[in-house]
Design a protein around this ligand. Structure first.
Ligand code: NAG
Ligand code: NAG
Length: 298
């Protein structure tokens, strides 16, 4: 009785695992619909048998019109959805090898939105990529240019990829990001290439209000200091930033913007209620950072 419960439980567990493939199997192979795929059992044994496990069942393969066994290889003909799943090969000793087979949908799937940014071009900062699709359940990315390892998502669809770009010299070769996604049945692969300099988006700068000087009734001077984000490379003379502040007038609630380069300090005249800042690389004409939260001016 106990044994039976265990068997049923194991069966249920493996069904759940197979129907929602939310990880990349250690060994897998992909083939397009209608093609033939050859699976090899890596073993020194001569007498082997094959089994196929999918979401519905485990079955022994005895050879048919669509499954040809020859020595240690198994050829699956005219690939279709019902042939996907886990193929295991067995000898007298037990399990010898396995390969998980998936349908390759790369050609039929329109590449979904893979987007990357970098807080600086220094290799101490990782590239942040977002990639997600409802049609797939597992995703991974790698930086192929630098021979990087596969990286899985850290949080919902966000990946952090290391790179070896040198911030002191001209970047000569594009980064090549390779993505793989899979679902219970299917697999797709995509490539995305770019220069790191084209995806730079600095982190938020750090603002502090140094001094508010009242000169008469409505003449107020506010001195603001905008510091580069901590992920931005130093020295600032070598890696300049353009700063922008936006501030709200106390009288009419109008928003005004001021932009300047290099110097970290700026002064604003007039009565101000609040202000915020952002920055970007003027040499690359990079994307702007996000705005800092509003800071109240007293
Ligand atoms: C496929 O089968 C092998 C051998 O039983 C097992 O180790 C592996 O986890 C299975 N893969 C999947 C994705 O179920
Ligand atoms: C901003 O600068 C202040 C003063 O140097 C520091 O205490 C604070 O941690 C910095 N904040 C951020 C988000 O870097």
């Amino acid at each position: 009785m106990c044994q039976l419960t265990r068997v049923i439980l194991l069966l249920c567990l493996s069904i759940v695992r197979l129907s929602a493939l939310n990880f990349f199997p250690g060994k897998f192979k992909v083939g397009e619909r209608g093609t033939d795929v050859i699976l090899t059992c890596h073993t020194s044994e001569h007498e082997i048998t094959w089994k196929h496990q999918d979401a519905h069942s485990i079955s022994k393969i005895s050879g048919s019109e669509f499954e040809k066994i020859s020595g240690r290889t198994l050829t699956l003909m005219d690939l279709d959805e019902d042939q996907i799943g886990n193929y295991t090969c067995w000898s007298q000793q037990g399990l010898e090898d396995y390969t998980y087979l998936l349908l390759d949908k790369t050609k039929e799937t329109t590449a979904f939105n893979l987007k990357c940014t970098a807080e600086s071009f220094s290799c101490t900062e990782r590239i942040k990529c977002s990639w997600r699709s409802d049609a797939f359940t597992a995703f991974r990315l790698r930086n192929s240019r630098d021979n990087g390892k596969w990286v899985s998502e850290s949080v919902d669809g966000v990946f952090y990829l290391p790179h070896s770009t040198d911030s002191y010299s001209e970047e000569s070769e594009r980064l090549q990001i390779t993505g793989e996604a899979l679902s219970a049945c299917c697999y797709m692969k995509t490539d995305y290439s770019f220069f790191l300099r084209d995806i730079v988006k600095p982190a938020n700068p750090n603002i502090s209000i140094c001094r508010v000087k009242d000169e008469g009734s409505d003449e107020q001077i506010t001195e603001v200091e905008v510091k580069p984000p901590s992920s931005w490379p130093q020295p600032q003379s070598f890696f300049p930033l353009t700063h922008q502040i936006q501030y709200e007038n106390r009288d009419d609630g109008m928003l005004k913007t001021k932009e300047w380069e290099k110097d970290s300090k700026v002064t604003v005249k007039g009565l101000i209620r609040k202000l915020r800042a952002r920055c970007r690389d003027p040499l690359l004409v990079s994307q702007w950072s996000e705005w800092t939260p509003w800071t109240n001016v007293n």
